[in-house]
Ligand binder design. Structure first.
Ligand code: NAD
Length: 468
């Protein structure tokens, strides 16, 4: 048996022993995870800085606090999430106990990516532990320092029988995927998602896919352009644009574009100074390979760079950049995932909606407008994983909202209760007794029209209403 199979087998044995089932065990592991974050905050911040030069402020907001808040939320709500959910009965099942029971799936695999190395592994892990599963996590090799730290810390804090970290890149992940899991939770690109799906199909393993795409940002109608610029710049250039929910491009009228450009220039100067490369508040591109992909995209673009455009290979730096583009520009062909913001002009709101609706459904969609009717029109006429008006990114910080894509931007969701649900099986339970055997007799042969009409009545909505 190879090393990975041994790990999965060890976890499977632990799962079969039932150790992860009691609420106390799940709570204890979640509390230990919380301690792990708290006691190692400095090391985590250093690792994120080493991998991405992530500013402490951004790291605390988007990794440390997001994960800690999720842990608090899960610990506080676990008891109620685990309770059976009683369902409405009909006359035929009046004497029965009918409920949905949440059960763990078994041994689950969580594959993370590098842009939020802690958040994208631990947040799904919270749901998986809360639901009572054993968990293998696979950090991204691209954020190597965070990968090493997570691999070192998890066994120190959590039960080694139930939780494991496997490090490595594509080859190791492929080897890991040869094993049978009860659920696979994958965050990353659409290309790799296809090979994850192929591997999962061998064992008919259900999969959650947290993918990306191009998140559009509409600016339409009357707006306070300075406020739009501040919120847009923050959401776009947070983590140097390496966020799956970062606004990918802007759709607006020509007049709005002119006003926006002035406001963007002012805001960028306010946020990052005259030379953003010297600002401690701007992340770097994660690797030379990713830097090359982004700078190639810029080179191939036929658009007009109106802000930024400076790059520095050694420093993995790309300045916050704004480009005026046409619809067929290279920058509009793939997800940017970096600090480059294309702006596309449209004649009308309908044209903008039509443009977005002819593309894959995005992970998030943003609309900036002072007019509620405009916001509601965009909400009603488009589809996306998440929606946020008059801001960007922020919607994903609320554990009450499910986080996930739709169509090509992902399948399934997590955060808060949604993570617990993703990693639970909803078992339909009907606990029947021996009462009302006369009523039961209606379904036994010899069949007859009279029996049938009584039986149909006992399961009808009318009879159900009588019980309420
Ligand atoms: P990636 O897909 O290259 O890597 C992600 C994980 O897959 C890593 O753990 C990696 O080791 C593994 N991997 C890489 N190649 C593999 C292969 N051939 N077979 C099996 N496993 C493999 O990550 P990426 O493309 O750099 O990530 C960026 C993408 O992820 C963007 O599209 C972004 O939008 C998306 N993303 C989505 C979310 C979300 O929550 N929806 C969050 C972050 C990033």
């Amino acid at each position: 048996m190879d090393n990975m199979s041994e790990i999965v087998e060890r976890l499977r044995m632990a799962f079969r022993s039932g150790i992860t089932i009691p609420e106390e065990f799940r709570c204890l592991q979640l509390s230990k995870l919380r301690s792990m974050i708290k006691e190692n905050e400095e090391d985590i911040l250093n690792a994120l800085h080493a991998d991405l030069r992530k500013p402490k402020f951004e790291a605390i907001l988007s990794e440390i606090d997001l994960v800690t808040n999720e842990l608090h939320y899960a610990i506080n709500n676990l008891h109620s999430w685990m309770q059976p959910e009683y369902v409405t009965k009909n006359l035929a099942t009046k004497m029965d106990d009918c409920f949905v029971r949440r059960e763990p799936l078994g041994v689950v695999l969580i594959i993370g990516t590098w842009n939020y190395p802690l958040q994208l592994l631990i947040l799904p892990m919270v749901g998986a532990i809360a639901a009572g599963n054993c968990v293998v996590i696979k950090p991204s090799e691209v954020s190597a320092t965070a990968d090493r730290l997570i691999a070192e810390l998890i066994p120190k804090y959590l039960s080694e029988d139930c939780y494991a970290v496997v490090s490595g890149g594509a080859e190791e992940t492929k080897a890991l995927l040869q094993n049978r899991f009860d659920h696979i939770f994958y965050t990353g690109s659409q290309v790799v998602a296809r090979s994850v799906l192929q591997a999962a199909s061998v064992h008919l393993t259900p999969v959650t896919l947290e993918l990306g795409g191009k998140c559009p940002c509409f600016i339409y109608g009357t707006v306070t352009i300075e406020a739009v610029a501040r919120r847009l710049v923050w959401a776009k250039f947070f983590n140097a644009g390496q966020s799956c929910v970062a606004p990918d491009y802007v759709l607006c009228s020509m007049a709005t574009r002119d006003a926006l450009l002035l406001a963007l220039c002012e805001t960028l100067k306010d946020f990052y100074g005259n030379d953003p490369q010297t600002s401690p508040d701007l992340c770097r591109i994660v690797s030379q390979r990713h830097w090359t992909r982004l700078t190639e995209l810029l080179k191939k673009s036929n658009g007009t760079v109106v802000v930024g455009g400076e790059t520095d290979h050694k420093d993995k730096y790309i300045a916050p950049t704004v480009v005026y583009v046409a619809e067929d520009d290279t920058l509009m062909k793939e997800e940017i995932f970096g600090p480059i913001l294309p702006i596309l002009t449209v004649e009308s709101l309908e044209e903008a909606i039509d443009f977005v609706n002819h593309k894959e459904k995005p992970l998030a969609l943003y609309i900036f407008s002072n007019e509620t009717s405009v916001i509601n029109t965009v909400l009603e006429k488009t589809s996306s994983g998440g929606f946020c008006s008059n801001d960007g990114i922020i919607h994903m910080t609320l554990p009450g909202l499910p986080f996930g894509g739709v169509g090509a931007s992902g399948w399934g969701s997590y955060h808060g209760r949604w993570g617990f649900e993703t990693f639970s099986h909803r078992r339909a339970c009907m606990m029947r007794g021996w009462a009302l055997e006369k009523l039961n007799g209606l379904r036994y042969p010899p069949y007859g029209d009279n029996k049938l009409s009584w039986l149909r009545w006992t399961t009808s909505p009318k009879a159900t209403c009588l019980l309420m």
